[in-house]
Design a protein around this ligand. Structure first.
Ligand SMILES: C[S@@+](CC[C@H](N)C(=O)[O-])C[C@H]1O[C@@H](n2cnc3c(N)ncnc32)[C@H](O)[C@@H]1O
Length: 226
């Protein structure tokens, strides 16, 4: 017998209004789209519908405090727009670029961004590695894409000079940082911290691994002679 899933979008938790403010109607629409075409197009599992707010939309939006006003950011491996679309809804000042290789997903993202009327989001189809020298920003973010070492290899070349990779990680954040630290240092890591977000609005706060890089610039032949 087929398993039955809840398809009705869940009610918003009380803390959502504190994060989205007057953007709550748009956040509601995003949750409705995720519960509807997000599931039917295979971008989000049907079991996730009852926890779309706590585990996905609100969980992602709370990391907005990692970004200064008017920041440009690239969300690598955006999938169903997480965290990029949730951030763009919560913060209209952010200039958000979604990078996603799967055509089915970028088509869904393009429709969703248009339906939500988000003018601060641009959708790019391709792997992060294909955008080196094409797209750059002082912040790159990602959730559930790869372990931190591999993720940094894809994301650090997208930083426009000194910048920060804000990687959403679960409890593995500290372990991943320590086991991949040598590789990260070789890439120009200058500072690393694990930060908690949304402690007042989520039962389980969101953790980000925030890695500041000054990408290494090779000295030119001319400057080597001096
Ligand atoms: C597990 S999904 C996570 C999606 C979304 N970030 C989330 O948290 O729901 C991983 C996503 O990363 C994308 N991806 C995999 N390799 C990538 C790469 N090299 N560059 C950009 N995106 C990639 C996949 O297509 C997929 O959509």
């Amino acid at each position: 017998m087929d398993e039955e899933f809840v398809t009705e979008p869940p009610a918003a938790p009380s803390g959502a209004a504190a994060v989205f403010g007057d953007r709550m109607p748009t956040a509601h629409c995003f949750v409705e789209i995720l519960a509807d075409t997000g599931v039917s197009h295979g971008l989000i599992g049907p079991r996730e519908v009852p926890r779309l707010w706590e585990r996905h939309v609100l969980n992602c939006a709370v990391i907005e405090d990692a970004f200064p006003e008017d920041a440009k950011l690239i969300d690598v491996g955006s999938g169903a727009g997480l965290p990029g679309v949730a951030l763009a809804i919560a913060r209209l000042d952010l200039d958000v670029h979604l990078v996603e290789p799967m055509q089915r997903r970028t088509e869904w993202l393009t429709h969703t961004v248009a339906d939500l009327g988000l003018e601060n989001v641009t959708v790019h189809r391709g792997r992060a590695e294909e955008f080196v020298g094409v797209l750059s920003a002082p912040f790159v973010t990602a959730r559930a894409v790869a372990r931190i070492g591999k993720l940094a290899r894809w994301c650090v070349p997208l930083l426009s000079g000194p910048g920060t990779l804000v990687a959403m990680k679960g409890r593995s954040a500290h372990e991943e940082l320590e086991s991949d630290r040598r590789e990260l240092t070789k890439m120009g890591l200058v500072d690393a911290s694990v930060n908690e977000h949304g402690a007042t609005v989520l039962e389980e706060p969101t953790l980000t691994l925030d890695l500041a890089f000054t990408p290494k610039v090779r000295p030119s032949k001319k400057s080597k002679r001096h």
